[in-house]
Design a binder for this molecule. Structure first.
Ligand code: NI
Length: 260
């Protein structure tokens, strides 16, 4: 019934850039074509806000997790808080978690430790993972394989690696988060990967407030920009925009184990 709407599988509406109009924006989504949003945690502090937002709106769900660049303050005590938060009925995934070697801090060992630990948490609570992986392609794959993450399932958010690497994540059973970058003029490598990917493994995301698509590149992003991504994806795949919305909606529901 709602499959003509768009499922935004990755956004950060807890970000201060939305302080002035957050409620109005979120409340208006269903009538503007955005049927579901997963608001994704990135710091310990943001996870509580993600759950609060999810409690406030039927069409908003949460993911709780700590971004690799934010893992330094993690310890056994606050990890227990994260574990409790992950049990919330509106928490549909653990994320975003992973490795980010673009930023030198915290060191690789700290990032790897908490990546593996959060993968274990996902297994324990039976929820999929949202992976952030930047300039850490090999280590991400190694850890996902070592932890049998295929059994946990999840999505590679803002997919940015090659078509060849996409094949390896496909084998693990992962989904691919595709957003505004697809519309950028220098997106040749991503276009190649998307052409290669089967449509049933692609989900749509914004990463709001970041990564607004053309023609709004550089501005604050919101889910309302997703029709530009749908349009580009439809052209690349040679299918209608309606089909893109329907298929990516179903994929999002399968990924997060929600009823459609
Ligand atoms: Ni994100």
């Amino acid at each position: 019934m709602r499959k003509d709407l768009i499922f935004d599988t990755h956004a950060h509406y807890d970000d201060e850039q939305f302080d002035s109009d957050r409620e109005e924006l979120l409340a208006g989504f269903p009538e503007k074509g955005i049927g579901r949003v997963v608001n994704v945690g990135s710091t310990l502090a943001s996870c509580g806000k993600c759950l609060e937002l999810a409690e406030g709106y039927e069409h908003v769900c949460a993911a709780v997790g700590v971004h690799p660049s934010e893992t330094e303050p993690l310890n056994e005590e606050n990890f227990e808080t994260l574990r409790q938060q992950s049990l919330h009925p509106k928490c549909v995934a653990i994320g975003e978690i992973g490795l980010d070697y673009y930023w030198p801090e915290p060191g690789e060992d700290v990032q790897k430790k908490w990546f593996a630990r959060q993968l274990e948490l996902a297994r324990e609570v039976g929820k999929p993972v949202i992976i952030h992986s930047r300039e850490a392609c090999k280590d991400t794959l190694d850890i996902l394989r070592a932890e049998n993450a295929g059994e946990v399932g999840g999505v590679i958010h803002c997919y940015s690696y090659s078509k060849e690497t996409a094949g390896e994540y496909l084998e693990l059973g992962f989904y691919f988060g595709i957003g505004g970058v697809l519309t950028f003029k220098n997106a040749r490598r991503l276009v190649e990967a998307v052409e290669y990917l089967p449509m049933d493994r692609i989900v749509i995301e914004t990463d709001s407030p970041y990564l607004a698509p053309e023609p709004n590149r550089g501005k604050r992003n919101s889910s309302l920009n997703l029709p530009y991504v749908v349009e580009r994806l439809a052209k690349l795949k040679g299918i209608s925009e309606e089909e893109v919305r329907r298929i990516t909606w179903e994929n999002g529901c399968r990924l997060f184990r929600m009823t459609s």
